[in-house]
Design a protein around this ligand. Structure first.
Ligand code: ADP
Ligand code: 5GP
Length: 208
């Protein structure tokens, strides 16, 4: 969302977390298509690209040694081992986007969300729920991207992730896609109305 001319605006950190297969990517892509000013934090990962994924777009795909180097150099605002691979957020990239007054969207796991809250002390943390474990399994299978081993691991981790939903500020159930999208859009728009995002408004109104 744009600031009024002459008014400073602090960028929003919109963090989305959910068990694998819930529909994060689907909802995030829609939000980015509707709000092009919303920047996406492209994470580093050591997992292999899926068909259709491009380096630098969905992820920066790196070797484990590179990831460890980034971690040692304190280049990561948060990192975690998820489903057997490393994932992490670039601190300088996020800081640069925030410095430009942009809103930044994150698709990260529960462990990463907790670290990010500490690193940036602000942000809206959204947890997406699948309607049920049965439907989660159907979606993950239906996506056709995971080996049986990876699928079993992701479903086992889903239970642990759901148990940590309490950490998050907003809960959205992704049952009907349209309705879940409306909810997510609502959260994003409400966050932009926070007084912390609109410094200088009082002075602007009084000055004219
Ligand atoms: P995630 O990024 O959370 O792992 P995806 O966005 O890849 O999940 O979605 C997993 C699968 O579920 C995809 O095939 C997607 O098309 C499908 N999907 C997402 N949301 C819904 C929904 N509300 N109803 C039915 N299928 C959905
Ligand atoms: P996938 O392999 O399906 O793309 O992602 C697996 C999990 O890793 C998802 O829960 C996703 O949110 C999480 N993830 C992606 N990027 C990051 C990141 O930079 N940090 C953390 N902690 N988790 C991430």
């Amino acid at each position: 969302m744009d600031a009024e001319p002459g008014r400073s605006r602090q960028g929003i950190l919109l963090v989305i977390s959910a068990p694998s297969g819930t529909g994060k990517t689907t909802l995030i892509n829609r939000l980015r298509a509707e709000f092009p000013r919303l920047a996406f934090s492209v994470s580093y990962t050591t997992r292999r690209p899926r068909a259709g994924e491009r380096n630098g777009r969905e992820y920066h795909f790196v070797e484990p040694e590179t990831f460890i180097g980034l971690r040692s150099a304190d280049e990561l605002a948060e990192w975690a081992e998820v489903h057997g691979n490393f994932y992490g957020t670039s601190r300088p990239a996020v800081q640069a986007m925030l410095d430009q007054g942009r809103d930044v969207l994150f698709d990260i796991d529960v462990q990463g969300s907790r670290q990010l809250r500490q690193a940036f002390t602000q942000g809206a943390f959204v947890f997406l729920f699948p309607p049920s474990m049965r439907i989660l399994q159907q979606r993950l299978r239906g996506r056709g991207t995971e080996s049986e081993e990876s699928l079993v691991k992701r479903l086992a981790n889903a239970r642990q992730e759901l148990e940590q939903a309490e950490f998050f500020d907003y809960w959205i159930v992704n049952d009907d896609l349209e309705s879940a999208y409306r909810d997510l859009r609502c959260v994003y728009q409400a966050e932009g109305l926070r007084k912390s995002c609109n410094a200088g408004l009082v002075e602007q109104v009084l000055a004219d």
